[in-house]
Design a protein around this ligand. Sequence first.
Ligand code: MN
Length: 275
Amino acid sequence: MNGEGKNHVHIDSFFQSIAQGTVEMVDLTTPLSPATPVVPVPAPFAPTAPLSVHPVSNFDEAGPGWRWNDLTIGEHAGTHVDAPQHWISGKDGKSVEQIEPTRLAGPIATIDLTDGVAGNQSFLLGTEHLEAWEAEHGRFRPGTWVLARTGWSERASDPERFVDPAGWPGISLAAAKWLAAHPHVSGYGVEAIGIDNMGSGPSEPEPGTEPDPGAFGPGHYYLLGADKYGLTSLRNLERLPATGAYLVVAPLPLVGGTGAPARAFAFVPRDGEGR
Ligand code: MN
């Protein structure tokens, strides 16, 4: 891959571009602390644990020359990846450590929903947004991560507003099915605490039909059931172009994990395509 042809990969020039700033590395991760909220679930369902930190030593008798801590944390706390095994539709699918690295890196398609969310905080990503993106920029390339830019991360430092009982942006049943069926989509990422709005819940009953099995959480049900992954609590999406950026997301490889806290970076070209 070190050839001189224009189609060859030049990994050295890639790193040089980062050093020179013509490729910007944007951290999409929300810092994780005990104050980081976890997704609320209605009774009688059980909640997951937020991060708690238990000191082991602090330059004291338990460790005179070192400080370290033990952690208690839910798999789905803070910026994290949802693996297929998280949902009943994907229970026979992959656990988080089984997701191939090549599925955790790929082109970013940024869908801008900020106008819709400004007028309705429970605004849903719809198929019309996905179809409009592809009409303007071309078909999603293989391995694409679709990231929904909503402006919601502006609330991330205030848990009461971030996990607003009145709701947060979500995804429609139709859009979840559309993404699940798209052969080139690896995952779907959001600024909110989860890929679905379970605060107010999606409501798209189709008259005269049985309730959809994915109605409670269409993103979880259809994406995880189709071996596509979720990514939550993102920030800095306003710094991404609609197309041209590249995602690398690295969840902890918890064996058997249904998800895991993750670090997510975007590589954003600043000198041409994608500006
Ligand atoms: Mn989750």
